[in-house]
Ligand binder design. Structure first.
Ligand code: GDP
Ligand code: MG
Length: 700
């Protein structure tokens, strides 16, 4: 790696101390210092950390046929499938590691278990072609990627990713969404701050027209992870070399990390079977002998220098990313451990003699939780009930249980009283909506009815029997809302209890089912009792009118005064010598007329006033009775369905007393999903702990 000249200024910015050293021995020493950092990504990948945390990597970006795969081939020594058009149709991740003998493993992220082991370079080349075919079919793209793990003697310690070329126009036979698909794939790599972007620019093309540089600047505005590679110098039109040199010297399109120019095998060279080693020699000779390039700093040329600069860049990147990686590893490890703690240790850790007690604990905690939830004492539920079994998280839910998890409303499983209160309010509104009409039409209708149904009453008497029947008729409309209330509260109890059971026994499906089934029975019983009780309340209201509420008389008087006033003739100002004097008075003649019209029995108007009076009695009584009815029904529901629910549950479930050994065994049978989840979390926690140690050792 150090056999060719000095590294250039910018590429080694982060290893500034190295470039001050001239002697090869010192350089080697400094390389040793950087080695832990260079090797870190591979070590972390070896642990499998890339599943949890983004690890620094190098991605090759550029137009189709700009030479991306050729550059990777030159770096790795692995012949990548190359050619014109869309050869690279998915991301190919090449993880290189130095080893004494050649060994490669190839697989796709789609089928990580189907690993092909390969002993030769040609085998790897074939595997890439085959896996591309498997993933993408004949024409398509894939967002999954191919992974090649390569251990070989002469490879750099790098992970590089070959990406499909930027597609600007689709050709015949390609699917329409290709441009967006490739664009999305490229961006998914470029947006990761751990990705170093190697933008490939053909030297024979105007740098202003190449794709990739703008795209890279979008994601790396500071230019700390974008480097340019100029390819195909041998194809520059004669006379245009100076343009390429201007780019190379960072004058035309400056990049903070600069450019390197390389010459890869042309299609012809490949056809002629030129080996990669020969190609390297030819490249060196080409630049050294070139009239223009030969006069410039040698560090700007050749794949060998590109490798050096990439290694240095990677080290810089790792250094910059290390705090983030460390923080992410720490956070992910803490989360995995918390997840494991939440899942608990599983049945196998619970000795048989303790199982009955364990189930009893669950059952008690569940009853307490439901009791708190149905009485609206949430504090106790949140802090107390679950302490009974600290290893179970009340919020823990499997994804697929989301629908049954909630209590069906704003309150949720832990807030049944809140949902019930909303039901109470809705019930109150439903009763209020049955208020009888109170207008001229209603009075006229009542007058007709009063005439039709007049019984033993002598003229002038209001009929109490009429009032009673009328009031009872109005109250008929109160029954349905009360039944609906009971049904709705029953629904809240059923869903809420199931939700609490799901949270309480998240990992114990049999226990969950048992709790839910028993709760349903208790809820059904209490709903039946509540139905009977509200029916009695309703019947009592209907049977005979009664009130000792002062508001009844006050209400009647207020209405009477209002209505009689509205019939009185208007008062006239008292005149004295033609001028108004003192308060207005009703003229005696007008008052006489009024009495004759309204106060004498047997006139239409006095009948109307009597009907008005009856309506005032009915409406006022309705006000008083509907309020107490609403309250009484809600109280009955509260008493039968909420207040007593927790106790009824406890009595039914019976805690430890009712659970025998066989039942306990059944109840504690764990959800297989939890088994799998626990195992996965354990693996993750192990991986992260290992990574933590590796990173710490690297920093030590
Ligand atoms: P990709 O589509 O960007 O991956 O491009 P490839 O690596 O497949 O290269 C496209 C074509 O350009 C191939 O035929 C290569 O042989 C050729 N090519 C790549 N680099 C050079 C170079 O430096 N000089 C010459 N003459 N041809 C090259
Ligand atoms: Mg390619």
């Amino acid at each position: 790696m150090t056999d060719e000249g000095c590294p250039s200024q910018d590429s080694f910015a982060d290893l500034a101390h190295i470039e001050d050293q001239d002697s090869p021995a010192d350089l080697a020493h400094m390389e040793d210092l950087a080695r832990p950092l260079v090797e870190l990504p591979d070590k972390l990948r070896g642990i499998g950390l890339e599943k949890d945390v983004a690890i620094p990597q190098i991605a090759v970006i550029g137009d189709q046929s700009s030479g991306k795969s050729s550059v990777l081939e030159a770096i790795s020594g692995i012949p990548f499938p190359r050619g014109s058009g869309l050869v690279t149709r998915c991301a190919t991740e090449l993880r290189m590691q130095i080893a004494e003998t050649f060994l490669a493993r190839a697989y796709t992220t789609e089928k990580r278990d189907a690993v092909a082991t390969l002993g030769t370079v040609a085998g790897v080349e074939r595997a890439i072609a085959q896996l591309t075919e498997d993933l993408c079919g004949a024409q398509g793209f894939s967002a999954e990627s191919i992974v090649i793990e390569l251990a070989a003697p002469h490879v750099p310690h790098l992970t590089v990713i070959d990406l499909p070329g930027i597609v600007r126009t689709t050709t015949a036979g390609q699917a329409q969404g290709v441009i967006q698909q490739v664009d999305g794939l490229l961006r998914s790599y470029m947006k990761q701050p751990s990705t170093i972007m190697l933008v490939v620019v053909p030297s024979n093309q105007d740098v202003a027209t190449v794709g990739g540089l703008e795209l890279a600047a979008e994601y790396d505005p500071d230019g700390v992870r974008t480097m340019g590679v100029l390819t195909k110098p041998d194809l520059i039109n004669p006379g245009a070399e100076r343009d390429a040199v201007a780019v190379l010297l960072n004058e035309t399109k400056p990049l903070k990390l600069g450019y390197v120019m390389v010459k890869n095998r042309s299609q012809r060279d490949i056809a002629d079977d030129m080996s990669l080693a020969d190609a390297h020699a030819a490249e060196r000779a080409y630049f050294a002998e070139h009239c223009l390039f030969g006069a410039l700093d040698g560090a700007l040329f050749t794949v060998a220098h590109l490798k050096q600069r990439l290694s240095a860049l990677l080290v810089a990147r790792i250094r910059a990313e290390l705090p983030r990686m460390r923080a992410e590893i720490d956070a992910a490890l803490a989360a995995a451990r918390a997840g494991l703690a939440r899942l608990g240790r599983g049945l196998e850790h619970c000795p048989p003699e303790e199982r009955v007690a364990a189930v009893a604990r669950h059952v008690d905690a569940y009853s307490a939780c439901v009791a708190g939830s149905t009485t609206g004492r949430y504090g106790g539920w949140l802090t107390g009930a679950f302490d009974a079994d600290a290893e179970v998280d009340p919020d823990f839910k499997f994804e697929e249980e989301d629908d049954e998890g909630g209590g069906g409303g704003s309150g949720g499983a832990g807030r049944m009283y809140t949902d019930v209160y909303a039901a109470f309010t809705a019930f109150k509104r439903a009763v209020e909506a049955t208020r009888p009409p109170d207008d001229a039409d209603a009075v006229a209708a009542l007058r007709a009815q009063q005439r039709r149904f007049r019984g033993e009453e002598l003229p002038g008497f209001l009929s109490f029997d009429f009032f009673r029947r009328k009031a009872a008729l109005l109250m008929d409309a109160w029954r349905a809302p009360a039944d609906a209330l009971v049904r709705r509260v029953h629904g809240v109890l059923a869903a809420g209890s199931a939700g609490v059971a799901a949270a309480q026994a998240a990992r114990l499906p049999a226990l969950r089912a048992m709790l839910a089934a028993e709760s349903a029975e208790v809820a059904e019983d209490s709903a039946q009792r509540a139905l009977e009780r509200v029916r009695l309340i309703w019947e009592d209201e209907r049977r005979q009118p009664l009130t000792v509420d002062d508001r009844f008389m006050e209400g009647i008087n207020a209405r009477r005064v209002l209505h009689i006033r509205s019939t009185l003739p208007p008062a006239q100002p008292r005149l004295q010598s033609g001028y108004a004097a003192g308060a207005a008075v009703i003229e005696p003649a007008a008052l006489d007329a009024w009495v004759a019209r309204y106060m004498k029995l047997g006139t239409d108007d006095s009948d109307t006033l009597a009907a008005r009076d009856m309506l005032d009695f009915l409406a006022t009584y309705w006000d008083v009775a509907s309020r107490r009815y609403t309250d009484a029904v809600c109280r009955a529901v509260q008493a039968e369905m909420l207040a007593a629910h927790g106790a009824a549950l406890r009595a039914r479930l019976g805690g430890a007393a009712r659970v025998d050994a066989a039942a306990a065994e059944r109840c504690l049978a764990e959800d297989p999903l939890v088994h799998a989840q626990r195992a996965a979390l354990r693996r993750k926690a192990e991986r992260l702990a290992q990574a933590q140690a590796v990173v710490a050792a690297c920093l030590a």
